[in-house]
Design a protein around this ligand. Structure first.
Ligand code: ARG
Length: 598
């Protein structure tokens, strides 16, 4: 069983093919004019043009063929040859029953499942995460959930930034504070203590200090650079300390991510592929792609005759600048670690595809890496994707800053959202007799729903304005509104059970019931589009319109009121079950969980 739109497309395709015409004309979608029909097929105009026929005459041949399908009650021909399809109440009843019984709530499956690595999160060790990292975490986690749900074999990897200059800054700063530590004794090779000499508080204090100082103190910056180079070259004490920095940071990161219900299969970082760098450099050398330039090793990736902007990537430079595999000190940077990471993923996972959920402003970096990987035969260019995202802006339209002018930390953001959500729950006064522990739990769920939905509902590539007041509102297109919708259905079902009513066979009759089932029927398409385009907002649109259709249904069609006939009551309860199941499934893909009550 599939959704009605797919079933009808099957009938339409067969009808066009029976007339000797191409299958592609048989596409079907929900009607733009719901007052006239449920579905429409617009293929007659194009098909007739190509076959040099009269479109209305063609429509008159196609329509009766479609009308034979058992789900169809009527096919009307409108205007120049639109086919308006009305389905039977029985077909809609069946569609609702399907959603109610299907383990995927009607969400369907990917036609071409793949093995995919999703690289997202990308926090940097010791540097606090900022709102940009929020986007990567939330969008990446949602894509992982969605792809996995549709049948792809997915591995999510956090890809920690733990190999760059920030590590050198930390090493130098810690050495200055605690010069006697074993880690700084060059002659000492280990073993080193299991306990870290610094905690997260130390790191959060030290990093901004060191980073600030390096901007004015040249000698200090140089020492940091040297420290990174030595660390990369394998100095034992530095490596041991690096591991402590990573462990301490990861523990803090896990807390921030847990608040958003973001998780990763792999907690690998740039430092984990260090051992592969010589092989990767050799690979480029063997293929004659690596060139020495002022002591550095570079790879040219410009394409012949490249003087126009790469399609859809207007921020890219032309011709594309070369990448540096090794700098003159033999150290490596962002390109090299990304290439070595591709090799690691091939060796350990062998995926069909890798997705990098990273700020759109890194488009050029990824274009360079993808070209280089392809040239070296590491990974095919077309199977590397960078689903980039826009920035989170303040009310002034510029990238979001705190009142003090700094970037907001994810931990503070979570705390702010929790505070605002708790306030809103209090104002809405929804939670009558709920005890303090449950209230606190609900507050977290509302805050998470607010942050995640506010981010995901935007088309991924656009920027959005950070407005916690709006995000946490129970009205409008928000996470809390959707939680409220789910909680309301749960309350209806609970009341029904208390009164001894059970859900029964769904029999669609009222106009609002029809609309509600058509909303349910759109789930598979929404998920398909979200997967194809790597755009979670299709899922958001779907759950929002489903919640709205439910509200309209509930206002027009009493469920538990006295006087509702028993079979109608049972049918409407069945419909409530189907809607709740799909709503919670859709929200689950967005990483949003509804409480039992609030
Ligand atoms: N750590 C990087 C940053 O904060 C993001 C890493 C993205 N992933 C990657 N494979 N380059 O900008």
């Amino acid at each position: 069983m599939t959704d009605l739109a797919t079933q009808l497309a099957g009938a339409c395709i067969a009808a066009f093919e029976a007339e000797g015409l191409d299958a592609r004309w048989g596409a079907v979608k929900q009607s733009d004019r719901p007052e006239l029909a449920d579905f429409q097929c617009n293929g007659c105009m194009g098909a007739a043009k190509q076959a040099k026929m009269n479109p209305r005459e063609l429509a008159a041949k196609i329509a009766p063929r479609i009308a034979e399908h058992e789900a169809v009650s009527r096919v009307d021909i409108a205007g120049p040859g639109f086919l308006n399809i009305v389905v039977t109440d029985a077909a809609l009843s069946g569609a609702a029953e399907f959603v109610r019984s299907d383990t995927k709530a009607g969400g369907g499956a990917a036609p071409n499942p793949e093995k995919i690595v999703v690289d997202f999160g990308g926090p940097n060790v010791a540097k606090p995460m900022h709102v940009g990292h929020l986007r990567s975490a939330v969008i990446g986690d949602t894509l992982v959930r969605l792809l996995r749900f549709l049948g792809d074999d997915v591995t999510g990897d956090v890809h920690l930034g733990d190999w760059g200059l920030q590590m050198g800054l930390l090493l130098v700063a810690v050495e200055e504070e605690q010069p006697d530590l074993l880690y700084f004794d060059q002659s000492y090779q280990g073993p080193f203590p299991a306990e870290s000499p610094v905690n997260m508080e130390d790191l959060s204090r030290i990093y901004p200090m060191a980073s600030g100082r390096s901007k004015t103190d040249e000698a200090y910056a140089k020492r940091a650079q040297e420290a990174v180079a030595e660390m990369q070259a394998g100095r034992a004490g530095y490596r041991a300390l690096l591991q402590h920095f990573i462990d301490v940071s990861v523990a803090a990161l896990k807390t921030d991510y847990a608040f958003l219900d973001v998780s990763f299969d792999l907690w690998k970082g740039e430092s984990d592929v260090d051992h592969l760098i010589p092989d990767v450099v050799q690979l480029f050398k063997d293929k004659g792609l690596a060139v020495e330039s002022d002591g550095a090793v570079i790879v040219d990736i410009a394409r012949q005759g490249e003087n126009v902007a790469v399609e859809g990537k207007d921020q890219l430079k032309n011709p594309m600048p070369p990448i540096m595999l090794l700098n003159s000190r033999g150290g490596t940077g962002y390109h090299t670690t990304d290439l070595a990471t591709i090799k690691d993923r091939v060796d350990t996972i062998n995926p069909d595809r890798i997705l990098y959920v990273v700020d759109a402003r890194q488009a050029m970096h990824f274009e360079q890496v993808f070209r280089a990987a392809d040239k070296a035969g590491l990974f095919a260019y077309d199977h590397l994707e960078h689903p980039g995202f826009g920035t989170v802006n303040g009310q002034d339209g510029k990238p979001f800053k705190t009142r003090e002018g700094g970037t907001l930390r994810l931990a503070d953001l979570n705390a702010m959202a929790l505070e605002e959500a708790t306030k809103k729950i209090g104002e809405a006064n929804l939670s009558g007799d709920i005890g303090p522990d449950e209230k606190a739990e609900i507050g977290k769920l509302v805050a998470r729903a607010a942050l995640r939905f506010a981010d995901l509902q935007n088309q991924r590539t656009t920027n959005y304005v950070f407005d916690l007041e709006r995000f946490t509102s129970f009205e409008g297109k928000t996470g809390p509104y959707l939680l409220y919708a789910a909680v309301r259905i749960k309350a209806i079902l609970r009341r029904a059970a208390e009164q001894g009513f059970e859900a029964g066979t769904i029999a669609i009759a009222a106009a609002e019931e029809r609309k509600l089932v058509l909303a349910l029927d759109g789930f598979a398409l929404a998920l398909r589009l979200a997967r194809e385009k790597r755009m979670p907002h299709y899922v958001c649109e779907h759950v929002f319109s489903l919640a709205q259709a439910f509200s309209a249904f509930y206002a027009a069609c009493p469920v538990l009121k006295d006087g509702v006939e028993p079979h109608v009551k049972a049918s409407r309860l069945g419909l409530c079950e189907a809607v709740l199941k799909q709503l919670e499934t859709g929200l689950g893909l967005l990483g949003i969980t509804a409480p039992e009550r609030m």
